[in-house]
Write a protein that binds this ligand. Structure first.
Ligand code: PEP
Ligand code: MN
Length: 370
């Protein structure tokens, strides 16, 4: 069971004390407090764990600090919706709101290669009026002899340039807890010129010790990619691992499923699952059209395949887009075949904007349906 407190409830208030006293004397029930800091207000949730069948829902809902109480299933205990459409979604980080009602685009380099390309990329993002990007420093490669990323070596110039171009959040994959420390140290040394969204790649979506380690820190939010060869339920549980350790600032990213039937796309595009993830959980949903499609090919209508699937995901309500760009894709050290060129950034963003407007109009059309 979950007791959602009135927004901004003070833990020292009489209402909170009386609520806590009642809940803590319930036999066989353990309490777990989760706070979510939004841009406007702080939300506190108290989870009642154990055998809650004997607990009276109405009595919990009537406690002075409680706004409402809901019964939750075992599945996605923290991040799930539990049939409650009113529960808050998302979080805000470094001045940026991420929720199931917002749209954020992170165009950037799959892998950092040199300061010149990082600067061209960040300047383009800034000039387009955006302030989010992706920059891979630690690369999970299938082949052990492939380029593994410049790691901590490139972090100082990446973060410095982010500060120069007013980039607020950089999505960056980590594969080991030491990578978080390296990122944290580099940011701290530079006076935190930007923020980092830690990315868990598809290959690590069942690396439970990594998920737990990332979940134990609350400095950085996390973007978890769907595992390419496991069920949706298993992937959503990867996200829940983070939340179970305390970090519920989590974005879930669809990136296509590996299947031989996926061809000619690199992976079978799964963006039709956007509304399903939004219904099952309160996470903002990201789409990664680059790793789904795997090529920068143009369709006969003059639109890239990547832009086509992006529009499909946005029209279905996606909240975040992670996309590979490169100033010179032929020279990219990783995934050059799927990187869009810098001069494709503006049409890509305009197309996304149109799709987002369409999605909002679709919501209006359906607003009064039975
Ligand atoms: C990436 O985003 O660079 C990446 C490696 O993605 P995925 O984990 O989806 O393969
Ligand atoms: Mn990649």
């Amino acid at each position: 069971m979950l007791a959602i407190l009135h927004p901004d409830t003070d833990e020292n208030s009489e209402e909170y004390r009386r609520t806590w006293d009642y809940l803590s004397q319930l036999p066989g029930i353990e309490l777990n407090v989760n706070t979510i800091q939004g841009q406007q207000q702080k939300l506190t949730e108290i989870y009642l764990l154990g055998d809650t069948l004997a607990v009276d829902l109405d009595q919990v809902a009537a406690l002075p600090a409680v706004e409402r109480a809901i019964r939750i299933s075992e599945e996605y205990r923290v991040l799930g919706r539990h049939a409650d459409q009113k529960r808050q979604t998302g979080f805000s980080y470094n001045g940026i709101d991420f929720s199931q009602d917002t749209l954020n685009v992170l165009p950037g380099l799959c892998a950092v290669d040199n300061p010149e390309n990082v600067e061209i990329m960040m300047r383009a993002v800034h000039d387009a009026g955006h302030n989010l990007t992706r920059m891979g420093a630690y690369k999970p490669r299938t082949n052990p002899y492939s380029f593994q990323g410049y790691g901590s070596e490139c972090l100082p110039y990446v973060f410095e340039l982010a500060g120069k171009y007013d980039i607020k959040v950089i999505a960056m994959e980590v594969m080991h807890e030491s990578h978080i420390e390296e990122i944290d140290t580099a940011l701290e040394n530079l006076g935190r010129p930007t923020g980092v969204l830690l990315q868990v790649g598809t290959r690590n979506s069942q690396n439970f010790s990594l998920l737990k380690e990332i979940g134990r820190q609350s400095t950085y939010p996390v973007l978890v990619k769907r595992g390419f060869g496991i069920t949706l339920n298993d992937s959503l549980n990867a996200a829940e691992y983070l939340a179970s350790e305390g970090n519920s600032n989590v974005i879930f990213c669809l990136r296509g499923m590996r299947t031989d039937f996926g061809a000619p796309h690199r992976n079978m595009v799964d963006f039709g699952h956007v509304p399903i993830v939004k219904r099952l959980t309160r996470m903002p949903v990201c789409i990664d059209p680059s790793h789904s499609v795997g090529s920068r090919a143009y369709a006969p209508d003059g639109i890239t395949d990547i832009a086509h699937v992006t529009a499909q995901g946005i029209v279905a309500g996606a909240n975040v887009v992670l996309a590979d760009f490169h100033p010179n894709p032929e020279e990219a050290l990783v995934d050059g075949a799927q990187a869009l060129r810098i001069d494709e950034l503006n049409p890509f963003l305009a197309d996304i904007n149109l799709a987002w407007q369409t999605y909002q109009k679709r919501c209006e059309i359906w607003e009064h349906a039975p």
